[in-house]
Design a protein around this ligand. Sequence first.
Ligand code: F6R
Length: 250
Amino acid sequence: MQIVHIADTTKLNTTVARYIFDRIKSNLHQNRPFTLGLATGSTPLGIYRELVPLLGASGLDLSGFYTFNLDEYIGLTQHHPNSYHAEMMTNFWLPLQKLNPTFKLEHTHIPDTSTQNPDEECKTYEHAIQKNGGIDLQILGIGTNGHIAFNEPGSRGDSRTRVVSINEETRKVNADKFFAGDISKVPTHAISMGIGTILEAREIVLIALGESKREIMTRLLNLVEPTENIPASFLLQHKNTKIYTDMSNM
Ligand code: F6R
């Protein structure tokens, strides 16, 4: 894992957005598709704010550009403002389509938790990722307990897309950030890509912003081998992972 420290968060967002844009552009210029793994939550928002206009104004034909999201809550409809589907529509997919109509909404993927059969949906999602040729670059945030996607502590390193329960600490953090502090409104379950699924991405960019992530990042960076107690530590097994952080003395 390579760690890149950029103290100015705005500069960090611009740097990461530019990096992802260049990776997408390089593939598309060679007539090769590009599949971007998307995360939700507060961390990637600043990057999306930069990346969307870059892609939008690029003049690139985005018909070879695909996205797969990491996870979705169970129990919120796609139209619920706190669903990850709605979050992506608002912050990425619709603004990009408006700027560059070659971007196809049919090329976006997020687990469909409205289904009667979530286990089947997990298999379908895994299959869709494979059929699409895998993920070229996966964006990740990290939870204060070390989760990536909704792989909470105790998740196995070889886990695949599945129905997971969201633990109390994560629900509390998300309640405060997105549900006006009301934990009863935060779903208890989600469909999440597994750690094994994430590790198959050809490149991973993990972003850790702000002091609330310092403790978990310090624990993570001091590990020599992965532990289920800190799901993000399985990234130690990945050959092409960069961590971008705005925290000094990491
Ligand atoms: C969201 C996701 C989560 C978040 C994590 C950090 O799709 O997969 O793992 O990345 O909970 O959330 P924020 O960015 O809000 O601190």
